[in-house]
Design a protein around this ligand. Structure first.
Ligand code: NAP
Length: 221
């Protein structure tokens, strides 16, 4: 009697790797981001969290973003000591505008369909999700984790996503991160005004900022 091997048509949900995708401009990365990524990794039992410094996000057209190589290198330095953290060049390698939907599709390809993705970012950023490219598709290919600052009012975000979550069965989780009281904008302004940023971000990132003269001419956010 010949051996009959049954092939599985689809990977079982339980066999999928659970991967966090930490999206942000990281200009600069700070302890709020790092604590958020670690808290989400722990809460959702993620095998790893991949930080993705935004390449050329369309919503930042008029803003004075730091060079993407600086933002990538600061993210690499900040995450080096955590074995669960990685940094991806998926967006910084691209020319032209970068969109989260394309980034998540790229990760699905890179993991050969064997991973489930949680896109982690600031709740303020997710407030604008209705304006993002192919948001209906995004809800199908990842779940979202909104990192909130203490006192963040969920109502607007919940209103924004209500019909999308109903229509596409999308999922958004909220995780409150007290240390997200730290903000990149505040750090840039402090550096510009010669105010100490010690203990707001890893020392190695602080050193990188001063060595490369970042934010010294910053007038506002
Ligand atoms: P942002 O508008 O600069 O940030 C909004 C708020 O969220 C800020 O308070 C910011 O604090 C916070 N934040 C940003 N990233 C965070 C993170 N990973 N963890 C915790 N807090 C975070 O947002 P952004 O950084 O440009 O964009 C966030 C992500 O959404 C990026 O991956 C971006 O590519 C994506 N996005 C995609 C589209 C699209 O596909 N069309 C449009 C907009 C955004 P800090 O300033 O302290 O970081």
């Amino acid at each position: 009697m010949g051996l009959f091997i049954m092939r599985k048509e689809k990977t079982d949900e339980n066999e999928l790797l659970q991967i966090g995708i930490m999206g942000g401009t990281f200009d600069p990365i700070h302890y709020g981001h790092l604590v958020a990524a670690e808290a989400v990794r722990d809460k959702f039992n993620l095998q790893k969290v991949i930080f993705v410094p935004a390449g050329n996000p369309p919503h930042k057209k008029e803003k004075n973003l730091s060079n993407k190589m600086h933002r990538y290198l600061m993210t690499l330095l900040a995450t080096a000591s955590n074995t669960f953290f990685e940094v991806s060049t998926n967006e910084t390698d691209k020319q032209g505008y970068t969109y989260t939907v394309d980034t998540i599709k790229q990760f699905h390809q890179q993991f050969n369909g064997k991973a489930k993705f949680y896109f982690i970012t600031g709740a303020d950023a997710l407030n604008e999700i209705l304006t993002w490219k192919d948001v209906d598709c995004l809800f199908k290919i990842c779940e979202f984790v909104a990192a909130t600052r203490p006192g963040f009012k969920h109502e607007q975000l919940l209103d924004n996503i209500q019909y999308l979550t109903k229509k596409y069965d999308g999922k958004i989780h909220f995780v409150e991160i007290p240390s997200l009281a730290i903000s990149s904008t505040d750090i840039r302004l402090k550096v510009a005004n010669d105010i100490s940023v010690k203990y707001l971000l890893p020392e190695v990132v602080e050193t990188y900022i001063y060595k490369n003269g970042l934010y010294s001419n910053q007038l506002n956010s």
